[in-house]
Design a protein around this ligand. Sequence first.
Ligand code: ADP
Length: 259
Amino acid sequence: IGGHPKPQQGSMKPSGVKSIIAIGSGKGGVGKSTVSSNLAVALAQKGRRVGLLDADIYGPSQPRMMGINKRPASPDGKTIIPLKAHGVTLMSIGFMLEEDKAVVWRGPMLMGALQQMLSQVEWGELDVLLVDMPPGTGDVQLTLCQKAEISGAIVVSTPQDVALLDARKALDMFKTLNTPVLGLIENMSTYVCPSCGHEAHLFGHGGVADEAKKMDVPLLGALPIDLDTRLAGDAGTPVAAKDGPMADAYARIAEGLIR
Ligand code: ADP
């Protein structure tokens, strides 16, 4: 790894990978990476061979969320051996970036980096490769959808109006690029007070479900604001890897996708 990646042409889909699912969002901070890591773990627990490609150039968080603190090896300087965590094969664009440096890559360089992560990484045989996309509707999304034969896209949003506004744009982008939208996931949908059990809707209520109906796409799940989810992500063991209600919630979303 290292050096400046060069732009490449042709299909980017690795040959051993059956399907690629892009996980996008309109805005940053809505939980797209959290949902990506947990869904990857939940699918692996259902016996699927799962890869997770962290393509979020602005904030690659999968190494931390999946608990990986070393770079992947590249014995011959060309192929990259991905790392494994919680049953998931992982590669992050964070491994190709210098920490604490802003990303100033132009489109063609981003394309080259994506190409490297798809074709030079030894993904092996995978049933599904989840791609944690950068938020928004930029070059990475465009390149991936046009060049990597994406089977479908999932859009994560909170029920808040400003998040939904941008989620709509992300949905529209996937539709324009002829990428099937598998569905929406509402994150941070409710908050249940741990001491009194009162349920509060900090970011509004039902917004993503309404949007799903309006756009005629499935609502794949609604996930609450949950302290364990945040703590587990920060500690490098996604909450889906532990027993509990959140693991069950992610297992249900995974089942819905497999069906
Ligand atoms: P994005 O990838 O959309 O930028 P992240 O997955 O990085 O968002 O999440 C942003 C922050 O919110 C992280 O600190 C994460 O731990 C936290 N978070 C995400 N989803 C939840 C949730 N359902 N409950 C509590 N904290 C969450």
